[in-house]
Design a protein around this ligand. Structure first.
Ligand code: CTP
Ligand code: CA
Length: 229
């Protein structure tokens, strides 16, 4: 019996997706990180591939296995991720920044393991701001290239969360922003997801919930509808 293939509406398109969470080294054995598992980004890669795209996944500390047939470029820190994304962006028709990118990194990476100071109860870390990878990709965008951001917000109020999303997409200049609500038990490392897609004007063009794979397909639908990649 025939197996239903998804529409090949991304045939010939080159899709670049970042997924997972960056880690910022402190010393040889420690880092600052975040709780992103990479599941939604991997689901997007899988969905795009099944629709005919050639997919490159820039992977920062994924907690799950990537399906066969997807080219994976492994990165760790935000500066790593930025370098790799900039290089790969030169041959991408669509870029999706699903990775959770550290906003700050330790000002200095210590060559030796930091020793505990037993005379005091507190330790302060000096952090410096990381570059905004997404805003940089937008600034260097190729003609016709579509760029999509993600925003994980903990704000529970729908209107306030959408307002955060509206100002964020306008600040970054991305074409679309996928907004999801996260908290201690939502969003990260879970099987399902609930998202809203905002356009550059901050209007909601799509709402979807369900498995991360079904949400991924809806996100790709909204990208194709909004921009015709
Ligand atoms: N992003 C990025 N580079 C950074 C930080 C974020 O490319 N240094 C990208 C993320 O991959 C995501 C989008 O920007 O696609 C939004 O990330 P988010 O952390 O929500 O935005 P910020 O501008 O860092 O705002 P906030 O203060 O809410 O963290
Ligand atoms: Ca951030």
């Amino acid at each position: 019996s025939a197996v239903d293939l998804p529409a090949q509406d991304l045939a010939g398109r080159r899709v670049l997706i970042s997924a997972g969470g960056t880690r910022e080294p402190l010393d040889p054995v420690r880092f600052l990180g975040n709780r992103s598992s990479g599941r939604q980004g991997i689901a997007l890669a899988q969905a795009a591939q099944s629709r005919g795209a050639t997919v490159t996944l820039v992977a920062a500390h994924l907690e799950v296995v990537v399906p066969e047939g997807i080219r994976v470029l492994t990165v760790s820190s935000t500066l790593d991720l930025q370098r790799t994304m900039q290089e790969a962006a030169a041959s991408a028709d669509l870029i999706v920044m699903a990775a959770a990118v550290a906003d700050y990194r330790p000002a200095e990476v210590r060559a030796d393991k930091i020793k505990k100071d037993t005379t005091g109860e507190r330790l302060s870390l000096d952090l410096v701001r990381n570059p905004d990878v997404l805003a940089g990709l937008v600034a260097e965008r190729r003609p016709g290239q579509v760029i999509v951001g993600f925003a994980a917000e903990t704000e529970p109020d729908d209107a306030l969360r959408r307002e955060l999303g509206r100002s964020k997409i306008q600040r970054k200049g991305a074409d679309l922003l996928v907004l999801n609500r996260v908290g201690w038990t939502e969003g990260f490392a879970t099987e399902g997801n609930a998202i809203e897609v905002l356009n550059g004007a901050g209007d909601i063009v799509m709402e979807a919930s369900g498995t991360k794979l079904s949400v991924a397909h809806r996100i790709l639908d909204s990208i194709l509808q909004a921009r015709g990649v």
